[in-house]
Design a protein around this ligand. Structure first.
Ligand SMILES: Nc1ncnc2c1ncn2[C@@H]1O[C@H](COP(=O)(O)OP(=O)(O)O)[C@@H](O)[C@H]1O
Ligand SMILES: [Mg+2]
Length: 236
């Protein structure tokens, strides 16, 4: 059974429709990427799962319909969200930003914090520093760490590599892989960087104008020359 299953999901901003009947499944233990250009609906999809938009259709997480639940209940149910739109508090320290994520999982604060610092030793070194003084890569680490502090079973990250140099992308990929391999998380990311998605994920969905146009395993998509031309640029 899928851990998360979106079926015929549509999302609306007033009268404007941003998602049109999206079907996506994420199985326990998988890393799945949804790729698409600016405006494709990636953030809208993740926001919708968190109960932040108006939707129709069905969203089932761990066997429960969540489309009518509040965001707080969805976080409590085990979905962590590293959003692109909800930024860090720039004048709070790394530690205080992490604690913002901790309010739903008070019993596990200490162990979650140790996990975050083990994944990102740089955050441990800079725990008292304001995030306004940090690089884009370090801020992305804080954002991932904050999502980890909710003690999620499913971690969703919106464009984890946006604005990051290749070396930092590799660091973020390594951290996400460890979250799955060592901490047992299931991971759903969105990306404009298709190459990053191909190296990290096992399955990919291509979102265009609010619709899933293509989906498959990374191996299937890699070996389809027309697809790789259209969506992943030149490679191999
Ligand atoms: N708050 C909003 N109000 C109205 N329209 C929005 C809002 N957020 C996004 N949209 C529209 O929804 C569509 C999908 O946007 P978005 O989910 O942000 O795409 P992506 O994250 O893939 O760049 C776009 O047409 C965008 O203009
Ligand atoms: Mg977006």
């Amino acid at each position: 059974m899928a851990l998360l299953k979106l079926a015929n999901l549509s999302a609306f901003y007033g009268k404007a429709q941003a998602l049109h009947g999206v079907d996506i499944e994420v199985n326990e233990g998988e890393i799945v990427a949804v790729i698409g250009a600016n405006g494709a609906g990636k953030s809208t999809m993740l926001d919708s799962i968190m109960g932040l938009t108006n939707t129709t259709g069905s969203m089932v997480y761990a066997g429960q319909e969540i489309s009518q639940k509040s965001s707080a209940d969805i976080v409590n149910a085990g979905i962590g969200y590293g959003s692109e739109r909800f930024n860090l508090f720039p004048y709070l320290s790394v530690y205080d930003n992490l604690m913002v994520g901790a309010y739903t999982a008070r019993d596990t604060i200490e162990s979650n914090l140790q996990q975050v610092y083990a994944l990102f030793p740089r955050l441990a070194e800079r725990r008292t520093q304001e995030t306004s003084n940090m690089s884009g890569g370090e801020r992305q680490m804080v954002s991932l760490g904050r999502a980890m502090m909710t003690n999620p079973r499913l971690l969703m990250v919106d464009e984890p590599t946006i604005g990051l140099a290749p070396k930092l992308c590799a660091e973020i990929a390594a951290a996400l892989r460890r979250m799955r391999d060592e901490y047992g998380l299931t991971i759903l990311i969105t990306e404009q960087n298709a190459q990053f998605a191909l190296t990290l994920a096992e399955r990919i969905y291509v979102l265009e104008s609010g619709k899933v146009m293509v989906s498959g395993t990374v191996d299937e998509l890699r070996h389809d020359a027309k697809l790789t031309q259209a969506y992943f640029g030149h490679q191999d």
